[in-house]
Design a protein around this ligand. Structure first.
Ligand SMILES: Cc1cc2nc3c(=O)[nH]c(=O)nc-3n(C[C@H](O)[C@H](O)[C@H](O)COP(=O)(O)OP(=O)(O)OC[C@H]3O[C@@H](n4cnc5c(N)ncnc54)[C@H](O)[C@@H]3O)c2cc1C
Length: 405
């Protein structure tokens, strides 16, 4: 075939879509028994679809999934995100929110100044040691980047481009990616173990046989290049060193059913605490549905993953009881929690660059011999860590693969 695509997440689906339009012969080889990767909507767990991975159409005013949703008849909710509404933040008085936001702005202003001077340092270097809001700023970093500021490249973070438009898909982001994949030639349960590019034809070895292709688009998360789950022959040491600078940070979700929805406001938000970083952020009754979405990032998410849903629920129950009173406990029931760090096919939630590695994304994305192309959110220069960044890199890699075919 002309092209083999490794992985059927948002990037692989984007690549496949573009290859189909270009008339190439191709196949997508996916290790899981489903498409979507980190875009995954569960429809059988609760009242309404539940996104276990991506959820928000970030930078929605220029997010290519919006056009896909409109074309495919998916409804889009354009109401403002709860974290952008001062009034939606419970037990966090507006005056304190203003002071928090001012300190956070000042922090990111220092990051910007350093980035413009070309400095790539731990983002924590730019925190004001006197600010009482450092723990909450760090918690925000774990939700946005999956990691605390001391392991976050200041320059990479500055490269992220966010237009502050955040919309939602009531039917689920994962459902949209899966709908886009329908009808494309995707082989499930087909992990690629080895990519032999020593000859004129590239050979991809899988437990279901060897696939031969003229070009390959690799979309697996960077940590999988390091573990040896997928091996290149000859080896690609530049890719391994780029991947080493781009671990996946961790963000996990816990969905909690509430049998007295009137106890919490629809589409409200609450932080577990505002004076520490090991906390959950709670989205209350998203879209008015009778559940709460807890969001946990970085170190606390890693610790809670070890104890499973019980540990997430115990942590969340204490924090929600602190906000709404002890009586709420009797009205909560865990629905599901995620464990993205323990998922062997992603090993985390979304990529961040380690301090000193802001250049790693461009090195990872660089094609090899014009025949081995890389895509996936980690390759996106300005929209990394997102499903739209992943999709765009897939489209771009496919366009390159089509050249000369
Ligand atoms: C909890 C959570 C919340 C998130 N929230 C948002 C959000 O609100 N908005 C947003 O835009 N983004 C969000 N993201 C990030 C977003 O989901 C990802 O950036 C995006 O889906 C990544 O797509 P991808 O194609 O690059 O990678 P993946 O989705 O990881 O796809 C790679 C695919 O490769 C497969 N694979 C791995 N190894 C092999 C192999 N050897 N052979 C064959 N196949 C293989 C995997 O199974 C996977 O299907 C969130 C992620 C998580 C986990």
């Amino acid at each position: 075939m002309d092209v083999a695509v490794v992985g059927a997440g948002a990037a692989g689906v984007g690549a496949a879509w573009r290859l189909a339009q270009g008339g190439a012969s191709f196949q997508v080889l996916e290790a899981r028994g489903r498409v979507g990767g980190r875009a995954w909507t569960a429809t059988d767990l609760g009242p309404g679809p539940i996104d276990l991975g991506c959820h928000w159409l970030h930078s929605a005013d220029r997010n290519p999934w919006v056009a896909v949703a409109e074309e495919m008849g998916f409804a889009i909710d354009r109401s403002p995100a709860p974290w952008s509404r001062t009034g939606g933040n419970l037990r966090f008085p507006p005056g304190e929110q203003d002071r928090f936001r001012a300190d956070r702005e000042a922090f990111w202003g220092r990051v910007q100044a350093a980035a413009e001077a070309g400095q790539d340092r731990p983002a924590s270097d730019f925190q004001d040691p006197e600010s009482p809001w450092n723990p909450l700023i760090a918690a925000g970093s774990t939700w946005a980047n999956g990691v605390e500021p001391d392991r976050l490249s200041s320059l990479d973070h500055w490269n992220y481009d966010d237009t502050d438009f955040n919309w939602r898909l009531p039917a689920g982001y994962g459902a949209l990616v899966a709908a886009r994949a329908a009808g494309l030639p995707i082989v499930l349960d087909c992990p690629v173990r080895r990519i032999d590019h020593s000859g004129t034809v590239i050979r991809l070895e899988t437990p279901r046989g060897t696939v031969r292709a003229r070009r390959v688009i690799v979309t697996v998360p960077p940590p999988l290049l390091l573990t040896g789950a997928i091996v290149f022959d000859p080896a690609l040491p530049d890719k391994l060193s780029a991947a080493a600078g781009l671990p996946l940070g961790l963000a996990d979700k816990l969905y909690i059913a509430i049998d007295r929805p009137d106890l919490v406001p629809a589409d409200g938000q609450a932080y577990g605490h505002v004076d520490r970083s090991a906390i959950g952020a709670y989205h209350l009754r998203p879209l008015g549905r009778p559940y709460i979405e807890g969001y946990f990032g970085g170190i606390v998410a890693r610790e809670l993953e070890a104890g499973g849903t019980d540990a997430f629920f115990a942590h969340a129950g204490d924090e929600l009881a602190g906000i709404f009173g002890n009586a709420i406990r009797g009205h909560l029931r865990p629905i599901v929690s995620t464990a993205w760090a323990r998922d062997p096919l992603s090993l985390g939630s979304y990529s961040h660059a380690l301090p000193g590695f802001a250049g790693a994304r461009a090195r990872l994305a660089e094609p090899v011999d014009g025949r081995i192309l890389f895509a996936g959110e980690a390759c996106s220069p300005h929209d990394f860590s997102t499903a739209h960044g992943a999709y765009q890199t897939g489209l771009a890699a496919a366009a390159l693969a089509l050249e000369g075919i």
